[in-house]
Design a binder for this molecule. Structure first.
Ligand SMILES: NC(=O)c1ccc[n+]([C@@H]2O[C@H](COP(=O)([O-])OP(=O)(O)OC[C@H]3O[C@@H](n4cnc5c(N)ncnc54)[C@H](O)[C@@H]3O)[C@@H](O)[C@H]2O)c1
Length: 370
């Protein structure tokens, strides 16, 4: 199979979808790997390392797409890339389709096979390709929140951990899944007072057990969210309904009741965001203010730490890449039910229900298309 790996063109995106070790394995198995010049530099991998592993380095972005059967990316294709995609090409990447109808429509028109990292799911409900980035974004969230709580950024001017005689900041985390757990771990480590809310009582039991009563847990109903929002210094959005648009839990009205200068780190922005006022930002302009609340809404938070993220991502994606390359996407999907959950689009058809529902488009179960 011919596998193409372009350089990511999203602003400040320094991750790459494959490491030299992965290239070596694919080439050893008889596949051809084409990598765009300097695509790995931001993650610490030189063109020479990829060449030594057997990759062919090309100079132009479009040359990666021209003959590849399988395109490996990190982030969703951007507008500049739509016309480079070819009918029948497999694109394996984070797609986050439910957050953008424009992207969904364009990929449908291009008749690609879109396999989304974020909806690959094991039988027990685990999201193995979202998990490593959620771990990173979750751990970054209190760090970013702490920074923007500083006065010079317009924040409340409060130290997350407080000091002797002065109470710590109140960190409220909406969603006790992977991002929520990791954010809790770091926020607690920084000395904050932490409250976690989730709609799933099992998630609350688990997180309560892990942290041995050092955090407060609450069910995420509107009443409780309104109450905790009113005293939060740092609010972290960490909710997910797999593949679907994020539910709006923080209305503009609720935002108005929050403390001026509080910070909202909406990690769930990649699926649309959990606040009415959330809109995507980039690492070069990560924050904006609405109703006195600093919003940090970067859709690719792990891109800030690419040396960690690329390794964490690719060690999890690589077994699936190998399976798609060795068997072809159709056989791989038939034989691997977790990978099958990742298939969002097949040549103009939506095969992931939550994506179709997000835009009232028609949905066809995967089995009917295969
Ligand atoms: N911005 C970034 O760079 C970045 C990076 C990684 C992950 N993410 C995003 O972070 C979000 C969370 O990911 P995750 O891996 O923690 O998911 P997860 O599935 O592990 O956890 C999500 C949690 O949200 C809970 N939930 C669902 N609906 C809820 C509601 N209405 N109220 C309260 N809780 C609710 C679920 O019960 C679950 O415990 C996702 O949108 C993911 O795409 C963003």
């Amino acid at each position: 199979m011919i596998i193409g790996v372009p350089k990511e063109i999203k602003p400040e995106e320094n991750r790459i979808a494959i490491v030299p070790g992965g290239v070596e394995t694919l080439v050893h198995k008889g596949h051809k790997v084409i990598i765009e010049q300097s695509a790995g530099l931001g993650s610490g991998f030189s063109d020479e390392e990829y060449t030594r592993s057997g990759a062919l380095i090309v100079h132009k972005h479009e040359d990666v797409f021209a003959e590849a059967d399988l395109i490996l990316k990190v982030k969703e294709p951007l507008i500049e890339e739509y016309d480079l995609l070819k009918s029948g090409q497999v694109v394996f990447t984070y797609l986050h389709l439910a957050a953008s109808e424009e992207l969904t429509q364009n990929l449908l028109e291009r008749k690609i096979i879109g396999i989304a990292y974020e909806t690959v799911q094991t039988e027990d409900g685990f999201l193995p390709l979202l998990a490593p980035m959620s771990e990173i974004a979750g751990r970054m969230a209190p760090q970013e929140g702490a920074k923007y709580l500083e006065k010079s950024f317009g924040g409340r001017g409060i130290l997350l951990g407080g000091v002797a005689g002065v109470p710590p900041a109140n960190v409220v985390i909406l969603g006790g899944g992977n991002v929520g757990y990791n954010a809790t771990r770091i926020a607690l480590g920084m000395g904050a007072s932490v409250t976690v809310l989730d709609i799933n009582p099992r998630k609350l039991i688990r997180i309560d057990e892990i942290f041995q009563g050092r955090i407060t847990t609450m069910i995420a109903d509107n009443y409780n969210i309104r109450m905790v929002a009113s005293y939060a210094d740092l609010l972290i959005g960490a909710v997910l309904v797999p593949g679907a648009k994020t539910p709006i839990l923080i209305s503009r009205e609720m935002l108005k009741t929050m403390r001026t200068g509080a910070v909202l780190v909406d990690v769930s922005i990649d699926q649309g965001g959990c606040a009415e006022t959330s809109r995507p930002t980039t690492h070069s302009h990560p924050i904006y203010e609405e109703e006195g609340i600093i919003h940090y809404t970067v859709t690719n938070m792990p891109a800030a730490v690419p040396r960690t993220s690329t390794r964490a991502l690719t060690l999890n994606t690589f077994p699936y890449i190998l399976e798609i390359s060795d068997k072809g996407w159709e056989k791989a999907v038939r034989e691997n039910s977790s990978l099958a959950k990742g298939v969002n689009l097949i040549e103009g058809t939506i095969t992931y229900r939550a994506v179709a529902e997000a835009f009232h488009l028609s949905y066809t179960p995967l089995e009917k298309v295969l």
